[in-house]
Design a protein around this ligand. Sequence first.
Ligand SMILES: [Zn+2]
Length: 320
Amino acid sequence: MLSAWPMLVALGAGFFLIGTVVGSFLNVCIYRIPWQKSVIWPGSHCPRCWSAIAPQDNIPIVSWLALRGECRSCGLRISARYPMVEAMVGLLFLGAFLIDVVAAPRGPWYAIPTDRLIAATYHSIFLALLVAATFIDYDLMLIPDQITVTGMVIGILMGTIWPGVRPEPSILLPQGSTSHWQGLIAGIVGMAVGAGLTQGVRGSAGFLFGREAMGLGDVTLMGMVGAFLGWQAAVLTFFLAPFFGLAHAAWKVLVNLKKRLAGAQLSSADREIPYGPYLSMAAAALLFAWPVVWRGWAAGLFHSLYVVFWWLMGVTNIPD
Ligand SMILES: [Zn+2]
């Protein structure tokens, strides 16, 4: 029997390279979508000297390194964030390939299951959308609908066509989602729970504290997370996100304290922290850790909640 490894290495390299190209396109989206500009036309150009960027200067990561981070025509410094986003998306795509294809049960190289490759593609699309949402939210404190609504549509559509791409128990049905109808329902329930939970907390916080804790973009972002990963993962994402935010918040408190000690006034930007990046990080972390998280811990937690729910409803012979 032939070894699967050469084929897997080639596919893995393919996922990484496609990821860097997608990352390059996301750089354009991150820069242009908030301003309602076309992401296709005109082609990339230098913001200072306006010269078009030649195809050989537009190769992900490589071109930035070759040009030492400067425009070829005028020498304007180009942010290191561009190649970093390209490398990051490449690694995320490779990660999706590793968990969905390499770590999954499979036969020899010629029998790499198509549904596993589809799952890796599905998760790659999801991760790319999270990256775009993260950087736009970080820059401008908003998450455009072009990202999140597109994401909800793709998540529900792909989850309906290939119900097996969603993580294990995307809906509380005995055997998970297996038919197209169950895939469709899992997507819609996930979207409703993700967006509904976030809107509920946002509304209560607004009522209690009289100020916005989260934006409407966070609501649609969580709708997208639910549409892609199902309602359980959306609930866990929501409660995991603050832990990712704590580190940044602590750092910001220190910076603000330093400003106050120096006698400076705090601007509204000093007080606000975009929440989308932490929701995105939590969703990505759960995606990669899902098999361990679900079987090791969350399945039991959700089963307890399920039992409590039916007990509160007065049902004692609980359906399993
Ligand atoms: Zn230039």
